[in-house]
Design a protein around this ligand. Structure first.
Ligand code: SF4
Ligand code: SF4
Length: 253
């Protein structure tokens, strides 16, 4: 979710009521929203952004992100680092708008819509609530263009991101036990690597005896060597197996 430092009004969607909004380069507040953000990144956000920047994931994380982790967090989170200089702008914003527009994170696609995910039951299903983030500086709400939530999500390409991140959100919001306390730091490291540092995860898989211990079909093994999305999806299965003991991977006999 994206949160701006200024005071905002959060309006829930009521009975699929439409909202009026348009964002264009000729609008007086253009790019004002791309600053001072607490912009949390998902695995698929990072995959798209690091490939867009043609950077390995560890370099991308080092240059563009900060890790958030405190005693209340169940898992480490990653947020986009705003610039240190005055204005604390997003590193990707230019006078012409977002320089990585086609690969912008899901929270930027959703905006001015926000989404909250809440735990529903022990089977890791999540319930989502959408709302309008009506920021004081945003002039886009004065425009005539009309949207329903469904139309907005389709228009901004949110559905692809949602499908890609769905299993990960299930892991994040799962109430399943992480097991004995002594194993938790190690499990946090595994979570971080498979969620955010995909290139390191690939090295871990192929430079260790991983495939001696797990029965992974040859075709899938070849795919995760080359394809980041297949690797990310395999990582989610590995996390479910390693964190919660789910039978998502087959152990070699
Ligand atoms: S503040 Fe609103 S209208 Fe202005 S650039 Fe951002 S989203 Fe567009
Ligand atoms: S990634 Fe792009 S859309 Fe998102 S805050 Fe940065 S410049 Fe704005």
């Amino acid at each position: 979710m994206t949160l701006h430092e200024k005071t905002n009004v959060f309006r829930p969607f009521e009975n699929e009521n439409p909202f009026h909004f348009e964002c264009r380069p000729d609008i007086s507040c253009f790019t004002e929203c791309c600053a001072k953000l607490r912009l949390l990144l998902t695995p698929y956000d990072i995959l798209r952004m690091k490939n867009r920047m043609n950077m390995p994931s560890d370099q991308f994380l080092e240059k563009y992100t900060e890790t958030l982790f405190d005693q209340h967090s169940r898992f480490p989170m990653v947020k986009l680092k705003m610039k240190d200089e005055e204005g604390h702008r997003c590193p990707f914003v230019t006078e012409r708008g977002c320089s990585i527009y086609e690969d912008r994170p899901e929270a930027c696609r959703l905006y001015p819509v926000g989404r909250a995910s809440a735990l529903v039951d022990r089977e890791t299903n999540t319930r989502e609530k959408y709302f309008i983030v009506n920021e004081v500086h945003c002039r886009g709400f004065e425009e005539k263009m009309e949207w329903t939530l469904e139309k907005w999500l389709n228009h901004e390409g949110v559905k692809e991101y949602k499908a890609m991140n769905g299993p990960w959100l299930g892991i994040m919001t799962s109430s399943k036990s992480l097991g004995p306390k002594v194993h938790i730091p190690k499990k946090h490291q595994m979570f971080f690597m498979a969620s955010y540092n995909l290139d390191q995860f690939r090295k871990f898989l192929f430079n260790s005896k991983f495939f001696d211990h797990f029965d992974v079909e040859g075709d899938l093994k070849e795919k995760i060597k080359r394809d980041d999305v297949a690797l990310m999806e395999f990582g989610f299965d590995w996390l479910k197996f390693s964190l919660f003991g789910e039978k998502t991977l087959k152990v070699s006999q």
